[in-house]
Ligand binder design. Structure first.
Ligand code: ASP
Length: 626
């Protein structure tokens, strides 16, 4: 069959309609459609071909009685052949109307067929509902992208990006490009490097973000910048990461944090509207400390209730007795974790509540002590249980359990047993249980009400520094150009030489840094930046970076800061993730046309690959053969 078909030229034939366009009101019109052969059904004298483009399908009829030559020609058509059909739009018989497709009330009765191209038998068919494995989909991505679902996702992504562009441009932001071949930027991941041919031994780095360029654009007077831009980070890949990904990156001059938040709320409203959802602004705000205490996470999923520290429901003597009986520390919270509507579970399930899912495996031996059987607890301590339940506003069919911090310290270094670590562990457990009982509480199911389906949140006042256990030092929690709270300046100055001191109050300094979170996922991070040289120098000093070191890494930027830098701040949000959430997809690969696998491989083009010795020689690079 292959190659046997005589192909036609397109000539000057123009398409009159897309394949998803024809309606009953078009009946009687002449139409020219072009697209792929989606499906063929052969009834002897009548041959039906569904022709498909990105907008839908139309049924074409070839009738042997009225035009045998044309019917014969159509007989050659196979899946994914590319055709042009000229015909008359005709109302279908009532009993052949197809309600599942938009064009289902009509068909095109063919008068001329041009076979524009043939196709090999594809490894899978775009019209099929059963999907091949993902490797196959990625290798033959061009076939995969022809599928309805992928066409929908990519169109949605386009609409989201356009809505954001329109909105920001309307607000006076300029979209300005920044270089891809640059030098290391400060996001703290591994760089992808590009060797220079003309300067052997020298490398460009692909930007992990346009961070320093966008700050320089503020120094350059552009006032408001944005860019929908690719970023490159060589990190260990997880399901929700790609080595190259797209950020909605922006920066503005003279903002308070709230100004940045308003802008983001505005463009997210526009983006969600483009996907058909009306969201409400302003988003709630919560400090990092509060998020950790209430949700055990800096990206709380607000679709489920917070944890409650129930110590205040105890009498002092009771707390004492309880703490010693269960070997827990009364100076740390006793967290009540509750999952709505999941109450009716078996005794065995109740007794093993703390061992679910990833909690034990991922978080290892824990110092979280669980009173995992709430029924038992209520029996042993009826009055206390009643008070605790009231205090935490537990509903009758809620599932709940109490978690305290184990006072024995063999399992973890004492240092690790901080309020934060304890709350985080409880937070993991809360999410594990939420997933385990998802069918019961139903909070993850979309209701069609955006107020319930999309729980946004600003998490603010992140710590400025975070302790790096392996490096035994404080690192910037965001990046080193992030401003701190003015009130915390004295603390910075008093502790400026304590980069290796785990107990240093550096850990208490708050940054003017914020994250926007949706349903427990971080959509983006940003901050108000340091615009003063003197403060920037202090931050580098606190990070243990000598003047020379700072100069060698960021010299160009520090110099720029000296020429009248306005106060400025910004943020970057992941476009892929937003598109994924709005598409209802469960992987970034569903919304990126040409993504990479978990091993950072592009299966379609087969990259990365070795290169020729000649290329390497030219670049002055030798590859060690292991
Ligand atoms: N450059 C930062 C990032 O990519 C975002 C920002 O601070 O604007 O995470």
């Amino acid at each position: 069959m292959e190659g046997a078909t005589v192909l036609d030229f397109l000539g000057d034939l123009r398409r009159t309609h897309m394949c998803g366009a024809l309606r009953l009101s078009d009946a009687g019109k002449k139409a020219v459609l072009m697209g792929w052969v989606n499906r063929r059904r052969d009834f002897g004298n009548l041959l039906f071909i569904d022709v498909r483009d990105r907008t839908g399908v139309t049924q074409i009829v070839f009738d042997n009685d009225s035009n045998p030559a044309l019917h014969d020609k159509a007989g050659e058509l196979r899946s994914e052949f590319v055709i042009a059909v000229i015909g008359t739009v005709t109302k279908r018989d009532p009993n052949t109307i197809n309600k599942n497709i938009a064009t289902g009330e009509v068909e095109l009765v063919a008068e001329e067929l041009r076979i524009l191209n043939e196709s090999k038998q594809p490894p899978f068919l775009p019209g099929e509902t059963v999907l091949p494995n993902e490797e196959m989909r990625l290798k033959y991505r061009y076939i995969d992208l022809r599928r309805d679902a992928m066409q929908f996702n990519i169109e949605l992504r386009h609409k989201i990006a356009m809505a954001i562009r329109d909105y920001l441009s309307w607000l006076g932001f300029f979209e300005i490009e920044t270089p891809f071949m640059t030098r290391s930027t400060p996001e703290g991941a591994r760089d992808y490097l590009v060797p220079s041919r003309v300067q052997p031994g020298c490398f460009y780095a692909l930007p992990q973000s346009p961070q320093l360029f966008k700050q320089i654009l503020m120094i350059s007077g552009f006032d408001k910048y944005f860019q929908i831009v690719r970023c490159f980070r060589d990190e260990d890949l997880r399901a929700d990461r790609q080595p190259e990904f797209t950020q909605i990156d922006l920066e503005m001059s003279y903002p308070q944090s709230e100004r940045v938040w308003e802008v983001v709320e505005g463009f997210l409203t526009a983006a969600f509207k483009a996907a058909g959802h009306e969201i409400k602004t302003p988003f709630p705000r919560m400090s990092y400390d509060e998020a950790i205490r209430l949700y055990g996470s800096d990206k709380p999923d607000m679709r489920l209730p917070a944890m409650t520290d129930v110590r205040r429901a105890f009498e002092p003597a009771e707390l004492e007795e309880f703490a010693s009986k269960f070997k827990i520390r009364k100076e740390l919270p006793i967290q009540l974790i509750r999952i709505p509507k999941a109450g009716d579970i078996s005794g065995t399930e109740r007794r093993t509540l703390g061992t679910y899912g990833a909690f034990q495996h991922v978080h290892g031996p824990s110092f979280v002590q669980l009173m995992s059987d709430p029924k038992r607890f209520a029996k042993d301590y009826p009055a206390l249980a009643e008070r605790v339940i009231q205090f935490a506003r537990v509903e009758p069919d809620d599932l709940w359990l109490l978690a305290g911090a184990l006072s024995r310290s063999e399992t973890a270094a004492v240092m690790e047993q901080s309020l934060q670590t304890f709350c985080e562990r409880c937070g993991f457990l809360r999410i594990d249980l939420a997933q385990k009982y998802a069918a019961k509480h139903g909070a993850f199911v979309k209701t069609g009400d955006p107020g319930k389906d999309y729980k946004f949140l600003w998490v603010t006042d992140f710590p400025m520094f975070e302790w790096d256990k392996d490096g035994n030092r404080w690192n910037p929690a965001h990046h080193p150009f992030t401003s701190l709270h003015e009130e915390d300046m004295a603390k910075l100055e008093a502790n400026i030489d304590s980069v290796h001191d785990r107990k240093s109050p550096l850990g208490e300094i708050r940054a003017l840094a914020y994250d926007v979170v949706l349903n427990g996922t971080e959509l983006g991070s940003g901050s108000i930046r340091i615009h003063r040289q003197d403060i920037q120098r202090k931050i580098f000093q606190a990070l243990g970076m000598s003047d020379e070191e700072a100069r060698s890494r960021f010299g160009f930027f520090l110099e720029a800061l000296e020429y009248g830098t306005p106060p400025h701040g910004g943020i970057a949000l992941g476009l892929d993730r937003i598109a994924m959430i709005l598409a209802g997809a469960d992987s970034l690969r569903e919304v990126i046309p040409f993504p990479k696998t978990a091993r950072a491989v592009d299966l379609m083009v087969d990259a990365p690959t070795p290169v020729s010795d000649a290329q390497l020689r030219e670049l002055g690079i030798g590859v060690k053969k292991e």
